[in-house]
Design a protein around this ligand. Sequence first.
Ligand SMILES: *[C@@H]1O[C@H](CO)[C@@H](O)[C@H](O)[C@H]1NC(C)=O
Ligand SMILES: *[C@@H]1O[C@H](CO)[C@@H](O)[C@H](O)[C@H]1NC(C)=O
Ligand SMILES: *[C@@H]1O[C@H](CO)[C@@H](O)[C@H](O)[C@H]1NC(C)=O
Length: 490
Amino acid sequence: MIFFVSPLSIVLLSVFIVAVLIIFCKKLRNVNKLPVDGLQKPPTPFKFPIIGHMHLLAGYSVPYEAFSNLGRKYGNVVKLQLGNVKCVVVNGQKNIREALITKGHHFDSRPNFERYQMLFGGNKENSLAFCDWSDTQKLRRDMLKVHTFPRSFTNTYYSLDNLIQQASTLIKSEITPNKSMEIKPIILKNCANIFTAHFCSKTFSVSDEKFIRMVENFDDIFYEVNQGYAADFLPFLMPFHKKNLERINSLTHEIREFILDEVVGSKFNVDTDVEGDYLDSLIKRVKTNSDLTWETALFALEDIIGGHSAVGNFLIKLLAYLAKESEVQAKIQAEIDAKEKPVTICDRSSMPYTEATIFEAVRLIASPIVPRVANQNSSINGYEIEKDTVLFLNNYDLSMSKALWNDPAKFKPERFLKNGKIVKPDYFLPFGGGRRSCMGYKIVQLVSFGILSDILQNYTVLPDDGTSYEVPVGSLALPKNTFKFKFISR
Ligand SMILES: *[C@@H]1O[C@H](CO)[C@@H](O)[C@H](O)[C@H]1NC(C)=O
Ligand SMILES: *[C@@H]1O[C@H](CO)[C@@H](O)[C@H](O)[C@H]1NC(C)=O
Ligand SMILES: *[C@@H]1O[C@H](CO)[C@@H](O)[C@H](O)[C@H]1NC(C)=O
């Protein structure tokens, strides 16, 4: 979740800054009140009326860089007023852990942006990622766990393995060697099939028009929710986004229709005691307990099927890094060739370099931790955090800090290896932590591992002459048509 400050917003903000400078340029200073209950107020920079500190975020290509700079200038806990939203920026591993884990139960809500409400049927509580903590959320997470964190060598695990192999085979069959090609749509479709099959036991032909449309719609929405808008903090800017939000809203309706007609089908009306896939367990719960409505269950199902967009976009970013890293590819291929058989996700533990490559891509993308909100008055590092404050936990700093990593801008999977084994430093927290940690990270890792190693078994990825492989940092999503690649048969 980043702040994407659109050109229009910048113009509007500039107008405000100038107007506000003329009118109010007086008596504004750092507030550092006396400690109450032994807690100090966090430091806060100079702010303007209306926009508060929003000007501090303008002009950064990666908005989280602004948070790192604020940390260096004012300390690891900095209070900001962004438009009408009170926020705190938290830097540093110790403080981020305090917010995620030690005091995770104080900071388990999510921002109440109007945009989230609009994207989830008028109620952000419908969303797995953007809802506040609740009994329903706990139930949804518990029901999902068995499917998103399949334990090694269980039936669920082997069945997922099979699905990944089938998808990889189809992806490879659509690759035309030596020709520049867009592989994103192919990868997304096949990831979508892994997800619908894994969670709902349903697969689609990759040339099914309705299915293709669903995949495109999910990708479009995924891009949308990964943008941050100035309007999230300055609601009077919302009308400028009305058209786009209406467009997105109609996509969510199309998805609902597809899910009901093609994925759920007659399943809801057929009584079965078999609790096979996630869809079965949702239906059973809705029928037998009053704590889950069918409406809530459908949103949960859509959210989790939409997870395929995260995997697909990640794989494209991974390929974009690798297109420039022929040595990394050669080392992965050495691990693959040592197996002397098709690689499966069961080989993960004995292919540490390949796994390290996935971690390295995750690190460099520096995906933001979805902002938390304090559900009560609390503190971090002795600084008072008032109820309803939005917390930005600066994972960008943990992923890219020169103090923590050698050559942080370089793609070096070796940094995650020690004596041939994977080592993840404590400050590597790309999936957050605690009760709001990412539900999908295991499945992202498994699917990425399976598809990447399968592609590299048969092909080497080369850059396309006309493509620049600048992978956007600090966002999980990519625009619709991104990056062409050339695949050379091995
Ligand atoms: C593809 O390109 C590779 C290397 O550039 C070359 O060795 C190979 O002959 C080409 N194959 C075809 C089918 O053109
Ligand atoms: C939380 O802190 C604010 C500001 O310090 C205070 O006004 C409010 O009464 C506190 N609320 C509770 C429930 O303690
Ligand atoms: C990929 O490589 C494997 C192992 O060398 C081989 O058995 C398989 O036929 C190849 N598949 C394609 C699509 O080239």
